[in-house]
Design a protein around this ligand. Structure first.
Ligand SMILES: [Zn+2]
Length: 220
């Protein structure tokens, strides 16, 4: 029997909730925790079956990109991150840049599996599960939503999806920027929290409930 738990409450009755298989959600959180223990920032992509890649979002699978191929600290990107504030000069794992070849391969393998890439996700190793100013600037406007996993307390993960309606022109960061506080929440109307519901067999939901922050869980 398929049951569900709410991992993030919808902000309003009309706001959609992302639906994710409990097994995928468990793999997402446990892999993120494993990478975090190894001192690495997790990031990657969420897919949907091509036939159901609509709205509200339904997730089919999670693809982690290789955190060892994070280009955040390549000279040309590092200086742009440093221009986003003291926090980005202090922590060299604040922000990430995916490898373009790996991204292309991920799109190809999703297509071969009859899936579509529907959203990016990334882990916050110190910050709460907010969608920050820099997350907004770096968000690819082709995606309608983005998922954050906060491991500020690694044993109490918090997962929060956000709807992001971003004009294509507002894209990227540069070493000519001179910003502060880019790690704090983006407060524009383009970003709205979404609900998150995990569905699956009772046994997997129990495992998931034991791993994610139990205070955030309500029975659906
Ligand atoms: Zn972020």
């Amino acid at each position: 029997m398929t049951m569900s738990i709410v991992l993030a409450a919808a902000v309003s009755q009309h706001a959609p909730a992302v639906v994710m298989p409990a097994e995928v959600c468990l793999r997402l959180v446990e892999t993120a925790q494993e990478m975090n223990r190894a001192g690495l920032k997790g990031f990657g992509l969420l897919t949907a079956d091509a036939s159901s890649a609509g709205w509200p979002p339904t997730v089919a699978d999670v693809l982690f990109l290789d955190p060892q191929k994070n280009h955040r600290n390549d000279a040309e990107h590092r200086s742009a991150f440093h221009a986003q504030g003291e926090y980005f000069r202090q922590y060299d794992d604040a922000g990430f840049v995916a490898d373009s070849t790996e991204l292309l391969n991920a799109f190809r393998s999703a297509e071969q599996a009859g899936q579509e890439i529907v959203a990016p996700f990334h882990v916050h190793r110190r910050q709460p599960a907010n969608f920050s100013s820099i997350d907004y600037r770096l968000h690819n406007p082709n995606f309608r939503w983005h998922l954050i996993v906060s491991l500020r307390d690694p044993d109490q993960p918090v997962i929060q999806p956000f709807a992001v309606h971003k004009p294509a022109l507002e894209y990227g960061i540069s070493d000519h920027d001179d910003r502060q506080g880019s790690e704090f929440p983006y407060d524009g109307p383009e970003v709205q929290p979404l609900g998150l519901v995990a569905e699956g067999p009772d046994s997997v939901l129990r495992q998931l409930s034991a791993v994610v922050n139990p205070q955030r869980i309500a029975v659906a």
